[in-house]
Design a protein around this ligand. Structure first.
Ligand code: PLP
Ligand code: COI
Length: 344
């Protein structure tokens, strides 16, 4: 295996030794198996290629301060993938099969778990695709579940670093009753027209609701969080995050809401008007890949407005970031049993 410099890893694919696969044919799931073959022998008319019958997930394993490996909330990813599968008329992967495949992918690539202290983690990309050849528009009945592990570093440059987001009213990521609540490849392809120009300028996109272009939906690959002071001179804060049928229910956001409540914050999920950004003291994107990525500015070019939150991460988001990381790295008690600890 090639030497990896863990400290300079970004969010890029590093070829693992093994991937894990399990097919679904004639109504039965195969036992997951590890293979070094990274290519599929796939029919050109497979429903994943013809009609986008594909869903994926993202979760991480962390090497803790005690040397043990912790897989974070994999059951939540399994359940979300089952909902995505149902949303696209695919066969849901049974939860225990999902867990088995993740553990096998970890066991077969144990040397790819980055050492503690590097900030890098082992990311798992579970993938579910429709493999039945079909010309008529409709779902198939054969599927392939694949887990691709890859060590990764931070999603945005710098470990805990501010990113600028831009609003684009000419591209919608997902419709109110569309597939935004599912983690399916089509949502990401649909956003490239907005994200690629933003990335070219070192920024990312903040998507608004597709019906009115009035409320904040989410970022291209992360939920949105805003922090408001409850009273001007107080240290009482509100954790605000959008309610929308078009956004992905983020497991990171769910974890952070729990931690925020424990810190005594008011936690509110509701429609958030874009203009409300001017009442927030801090804002961030949150997700497995980007953890908490504080936002320094949201630019709305069409309206000639910029919402600024300061060039450095704010105190509330910093505290939440450390509280989450402490659990993931085994530095604080896992009160909610979020981590599966692997003794190795
Ligand atoms: N929203 C979108 C569109 C995403 O791609 C992701 C990443 O998975 C998230 C939100 C965050 O979800 P999670 O915290 O479960 O990774
Ligand atoms: C994640 O946060 O795990 C994601 O999948 C986001 C993105 C890289 C697609």
């Amino acid at each position: 295996m090639k030497e990896i410099d863990w400290n300079i890893l970004g969010f890029h694919y590093t070829e693992p030794e093994y991937i894990v696969r399990a097919g679904f044919h004639d109504g039965v799931w195969e036992e997951p198996y590890a293979t070094q073959d990274k290519y599929l022998h796939l029919h050109v008319s497979a429903t994943c290629l013809q009609y986008g019958q594909e869903a994926f997930e993202g979760l991480k394993a962390f090497r803790g301060i005690d040397g043990k490996i912790r897989i974070f909330r994999w059951r939540e990813n399994a359940r979300r993938m089952a909902r995505s599968a149902e949303g696209l008329y695919m066969k849901p992967v049974p939860e225990e099969l999902f867990g088995k495949a993740i553990r096998l992918a970890l066991e077969k690539n144990i040397d790819l778990v980055p050492p503690y202290g590097t900030g890098a983690t082992l990311y798992f990309r579970p993938l579910l695709i429709g493999t039945t050849p079909r010309l008529g528009v409709g779902p198939g009945q054969d599927f392939e579940f694949i887990v691709i592990p890859s060590p990764i570093g931070p999603y945005y440059p710098g470990k805990f670093h501010c990113t600028t987001f831009v609003v684009n009213r000419h591209v919608d990521r997902a419709a109110p009753f569309g597939t935004g609540q599912f983690k399916v490849g089509g949502n990401y392809a649909a956003s490239f027209r907005a994200t690629e120009p933003a990335h070219a300028q070192g920024m990312d996109c903040l998507f608004l609701d597709a019906r009115y272009h009035r409320y904040i939906d989410e970022c291209s690959a992360a939920n949105f969080i805003g922090i408001k002071k409850l009273k001007v001179e107080s240290f009482q804060y509100e954790y605000l995050t959008p309610r929308s049928s078009a956004i992905l229910p983020s497991i990171t956001n769910d974890s952070l809401m729990t931690l925020a409540k424990e810190m005594g914050m008011k936690v509110t999920r509701r429609h958030i008007r874009l203009e409300e950004l001017s009442e927030m003291s801090e804002a961030a994107a949150c997700g497995t890949a980007c953890v908490i990525s504080p936002i320094d500015k949201v630019i709305d070019p069409e309206r000639g407005k910029t919402y600024s939150f300061g060039a450095e991460p704010g105190p509330v988001l910093t505290e939440l970031y450390h509280a989450l990381k402490d659990i993931q790295y085994g530095r604080s008690e896992d009160r909610h049993h979020w981590c599966e600890v692997i003794e190795n």
